[in-house]
Design a protein around this ligand. Structure first.
Ligand SMILES: Nc1ncnc2c1ncn2[C@@H]1O[C@H](COP(=O)(O)OP(=O)(O)O)[C@@H](O)[C@H]1O
Ligand SMILES: [Mg+2]
Length: 273
């Protein structure tokens, strides 16, 4: 029997199968092979990082998984179903937190579920949704900020609000595209702890894109190293660090070994491209 959906967040995570995915962009007379033969199987509830230099097709792959961009070749299935377009079951988080500036934090979080329910029920008041939204605000440490507007929130708070908004639709898969890249080091460290804590409770499957080796090792169960020419997914490294993890893990022998290995792999793919 499937586990019940958590009231303050996602349902159980979905497995993802990426099979021989390719994408070529054509603009003017120019062809750019953004991705070729990318394959990866992500287990239900797993946190996998896609790591590679700028331009190696990370965002392209994430958009294909999200259903925001069609692949030219290959297939993606999420929870056994082929991806053919966007779905509220797949939440996406970007480097710039996507919040509607004209809505309060609370109404930003409610936006997705409200739209879903309105389509189903045509009802306006929804005390259950109010309770769930209050629980989510509390969960992301914004209990006192439900009425605040995005411009009144700090960088880290905006990220947590966007996170709550993504979780409000109870996705079985979260796709994160370099979400903390623009944050200062201390806020970033806090967001890592926050992300791992949320993931530990909900076990939503997460695919996390980054170009930062340390971030990939600190977060991931596995790290898929991307690059090469044409760009694709190369080796997939198991990260043997235990959980829970925190910033102190970067000084451990296991961490340093993983970093050495991944550095060498990235250098090899650079040499081949
Ligand atoms: N819409 C587009 N039109 C043309 N080229 C694109 C488009 N999107 C991405 N590309 C190209 O595809 C390649 C991969 O881009 P991207 O997936 O954004 O890489 P990454 O996220 O790893 O930095 C790059 O060379 C980029 O310029
Ligand atoms: Mg990108």
């Amino acid at each position: 029997m499937a586990a019940p959906a958590n009231r303050t967040g996602a349902g159980p995570g979905a497995a993802v199968v990426i099979d021989s995915v390719g994408k070529t962009f054509r603009r003017g007379g120019r062809r750019t092979v953004a991705l070729a033969g990318a394959s990866l199987r992500v287990r239900a509830g797993e946190l996998v990082c896609l790591l590679g230099p700028s331009g190696c097709g990370k965002s392209t792959l994430l958009r294909i998984i999200a259903g925001a961009l069609p692949a030219d070749e290959g297939t993606v299935t999420v929870g056994g179903r082929p991806v053919s377009g966007p779905s509220p079951d797949r939440g996406m988080l970007f480097q710039t937190p996507m919040l509607f500036p004209w809505l309060s934090t609370r109404n930003n979080i409610m936006f997705g579920p409200k739209a879903q329910r309105a389509a189903r029920l045509h009802e306006r008041d929804d005390p259950e949704l109010d309770t769930e939204t209050a629980a989510l605000l509390d969960r992301v440490g914004l209990a006192g900020f439900g009425d605040a507007f995005p411009h009144e929130l700090s960088g880290g708070m905006k990220h947590r609000a966007a996170f709550a908004r993504a979780l409000a639709s109870r996705p079985s898969l979260l796709l994160m595209d370099e979400p903390f890249g623009a944050l200062d080091a201390i806020t970033r460290e806090r967001m890592h702890e926050f992300l791992l804590d949320i993931w530990d409770q909900h076990r939503t499957t997460i695919i996390f894109v980054t170009h930062d080796i340390e971030e990939a090792i600190l977060l991931g169960d596995r790290v898929a190293v991307m690059g090469g020419s044409p760009p694709g997914i190369g080796e997939i490294i198991d990260i043997p660090l235990g959980r829970p993890r925190d910033a102190l893990d970067v000084d451990t022998e296991l961490f340093l070994n993983a970093r050495r290995r991944i550095r060498a792999l990235l250098q090899q793919t650079q040499l081949r491209s």
